[in-house]
Ligand binder design. Structure first.
Ligand SMILES: [Zn+2]
Length: 469
């Protein structure tokens, strides 16, 4: 398909949850939603006129449904702010910092002062009837393989409640997710084709993860796509779960728009399980924003913004340390990257590639046995590298040590100590004498079984050669 000829216009909006505390209170953001709720209350919401004096179309659409909203939550994750019984506290400075780091990566113009706004949302997903949002930076740019994509806005927003049940008379929401900080990045409509949309989403996702401050896992990042072709109204598609589906879903949507006989109103659609989309609600208008007077504006100190290294740059740097390309990529993305940096600094005599293999490949292998590798922490790795650095243990015993720690069998590092060279020689001599006439491979099998990783293979071979003459 010739997307240029079709007048293809496409832009993305990415929402990424941040780690740490909530945006306007000190509640945790464990986001589990699995505990028994100890908070329950009900509300009805009403649309109010925005700055322009008119009631927002999308807000009215929800109000006409006139449903009751039921909220449930765990008091560990929610306080009076989420319940809208108390005004919001000042904006979470760590969340602001993450958004500022991203603004720097995207070369965007950072605002002097962060002013929180209220955006009318009346489907009950916010107990207040609005979502708080703050502009952090404007006019950024993302470099892609098909040219630059402009980033008109980078905002910080609060996450909404999670919908649990939608019946004829009420909607039930889980309150715990409400208030988790979200970075919202919007691109302009210059994305050139469906594949380009995927590339753009992937690059932005990589930049967000590069801040080291984002949540991971399903539902922690969401992409909305705005798309249209010549002569058709813009449609927003929500609810992507998998980034790799983006191009396919956009292709389908374009086919749908082309096949339309009459012009539709601009509207929001959601992605169904089979990759098709269905009508969700009208497009919200400009009438939905007004200032949040309960939060004082936050002065931005540009000199205090920490810089973050892009994951892609980090992977390149690791490759230059002699780590193979695939492992370097995995390591740069993983939560072990920080440990890797620390250990390469601390153990200068150990090859960085060996540290990387231990932290990533060895751990992955142990994980296959279905054991809890989370038991192996910084302290344990440090003990292992220390012992290896001093020649106390051999390379081949490290897998055993890691397995034993993960499976709760580990007692003492001395247990894995390499044999004294004199003892090793004596043992090898004995093996050769007991079973004369074997091949080197045959002896090595016996030797390695005897020492169970407590001797270095190459060293054992050297000793063996002496006795085999
Ligand atoms: Zn709270």
């Amino acid at each position: 398909m010739d997307y240029k000829k079709l007048g293809f216009r496409c832009g993305l909006e990415i929402h990424q949850q941040l780690e740490g505390k909530k945006l306007f209170c000190s509640c945790k953001t464990s986001n589990l939603n699995t505990t028994e709720p100890d908070i329950t209350f009900e509300r009805r919401l009403r649309a109010v006129a925005g700055e322009t004096g008119e009631i927002d179309k999308a807000a009215k659409h929800e109000m006409e449904k006139s449903k009751k909203f039921i909220y449930e939550g765990d008091s560990e994750d929610c306080c009076l702010v989420e319940m809208d019984e108390e005004p919001p506290h000042s904006i979470n400075p760590e969340a602001v910092n993450a958004a500022l780091q991203l603004a720097v990566m995207l070369n965007a113009k950072i605002v002097d002062e962060i002013q929180v706004m209220r955006k009318t949302v009346i489907d009950g997903s916010n107990t207040t009837g609005f979502q708080r949002t703050a502009l952090i930076a404007q006019d950024g740019e993302l470099k892609t393989s098909k040219g630059a994509v402009k980033i008109p806005t980078i905002c910080l927003e609060e996450e909404a409640c999670q919908k649990k049940e939608d019946s004829k008379d009420f909607v039930k929401y889980r309150l715990d997710r409400l208030g988790i900080p979200l970075i919202e990045i919007a691109t302009d409509a210059s994305i050139k084709d469906p594949e380009h949309a995927k590339e753009t989403a992937e690059l932005l996702g990589m930049m967000l993860r590069s801040t080291g401050k984002v949540k991971r896992g399903i539902g922690t990042i969401r992409q909305d796509v705005n798309v249209s072709v010549s002569g058709k109204n813009r449609v927003e598609i929500k609810g992507f779960q998998e980034i790799r589906e983006i191009s396919k879903i956009i292709e389908k949507e374009i086919e749908r728009q082309i096949s339309l006989k009459e012009k539709e109103d601009a509207h929001v659609r959601k992605v169904e399980d089979d990759g098709s989309t269905s009508y969700m609600r009208p497009m919200p208008g400009a009438a939905r924003m007004y200032p949040e007077t309960d939060v004082i504006p936050f002065k931005v100190d540009i000199s205090k913004i920490e810089s973050a290294e892009l994951i892609s740059d980090k992977a390149k740097r690791y490759e230059e340390l002699g780590i193979n390309k695939d492992l370097a990529k995995v390591l740069a993305k993983s939560d072990k990257a920080e440990l890797f940096e620390k250990f390469t600094e601390e153990f200068k005599n150990i090859k960085p590639s060996f540290i990387a293999e231990t932290l990533i490949s060895s751990l992955r292998e142990i994980k296959r046995k279905n054991v809890d590798v989370e038991k192996i922490k910084e302290k344990e790795f440090e003990m292992i590298f220390k012992a290896y650095d001093k020649g106390k243990i051999s390379k081949s015993s490290i897998m055993d040590i890691l397995s034993d720690i993960a499976e709760g069998r580990f007692k003492n590092i001395d247990h894995y100590k390499v044999e004294e060279e004199a003892d090793t020689e004596k043992e090898i001599e004995k093996i050769v004498k007991e079973k004369p006439g074997l091949s080197a491979g045959g002896y090595m099998g016996l030797i390695m079984a005897k020492f169970k990783g407590k001797v270095d293979g190459k060293k054992a071979m050297d000793i063996l050669k002496k006795f085999m003459k």
